[in-house]
Write a new protein. Sequence first.
Length: 435
Amino acid sequence: MDRNLGAVDAFPTISSFTANANIVADPLNTSTANITPEELKQINNSEGMQYQWGRKDPLPPFKSPGGKFMTVNGQNIINGIGASYIVLQSTAIDTSGNITYSTAPVSNVYLSNYATYASAATNKYDRIRDNLKYAVNNPLTFMYPSTNISVNDWLLNEGNAMQDRWGHGTSKSVFDPCPDNWRVPDEFHVNGSKGNSPWYFGKYKPTSADSIYYGSLGQPQNTSIAIAGYSGVTVTDADANRYGFQFNSSDYNIGNIPLLSSRGNIKGGSITTDLDPSSGYGTQATAFWTGALNGGINNLLEIGMAKSFTITHNYQMTVSAQNNPFKAMNVRCVKVDPMINTIIDKQNKRVEEQITLTTAQSDEKLFPIPFRDELHINSSEEFNYLLYDMAGSLVSSGKFTDQKINLSKMINGVYILKLISNSNNRIITKKIIKQ
């Protein structure tokens, strides 16, 4: 998709591409800059809508490209720090279907702290169901955690809940906001690997003057790199206010991206729910989601953070960054490829057949299946283990202690577990399910 989901226009190409150089334009003064009125209109229409990770309903953005507060009837749609929307109510519809709106905007604070909507159910899955229902019934409401923890999510006041909200590793989810035959892009990544983000760049150049690519496979996708390393340019005005970025080189052509503001940040140890115009938080960064939660094993505290494409206020770009799922950010959909889904289904079927065959030849039993936190084995042998996700990535390793392992930090789903006997190096392969 060449634009943010919900955007009327794509961010335009202001001038011919010039590698590693800012494009100076002045969207507020078309008579003195290299920008046309039509391009100005396209810039203002390129913001799109914002989404909390895993929610289908969009949230209106508060700022247009360039950091200007959006207005309705001359009023900012955000009222200071209160994060309220200005809504025009309809008063009449004529025979042609034209709607007349009231001239006096109605202000409403669409904020909900987790403590006010949290389900009282004792079962975790019932709480998820109840909180999802609240989100569907309150589409304009920004839902946010009541306390700042390691991973901040709107769905539960804990991280790593319902990791397939947007269909991660599976078919498209009912909560996916993209139109038919499109979906939120997915990725699979273990910290330190190169990566397969849709925006991954395998030919990173350390400097603009260096003709040698950085390594044969490029940088790991979770590495922060200046946009110049991606042959990106920045659209700015004469006062150095930035409006967007262009990536149109032959090496890395992902199109144009407006500079927008993500909503919801951690500032001074506290959660902010709005866009604070007095700081850099939410005012000089742009990002859009993938459908993946972090599956890395190097930092367990980050498991459950949602993966995203991010450009920060200091021109640093990460194609697989981590953000708290309660944030509201943009989405760029990708076209669904039916052939890829067919290949994945066939591959999973072959893996399951092989696992069934191997398991039938093994006396060792793992329990409970499915499990939640600890997985046990009914054997007196000592085993080391390797744990793989269904994409074939190694996500954990270690040894059974007292005939058990703790996998509470892993994302729910289906895994392949390889058991390696310490006594005779016998290898046993099992399929396990975490829920």
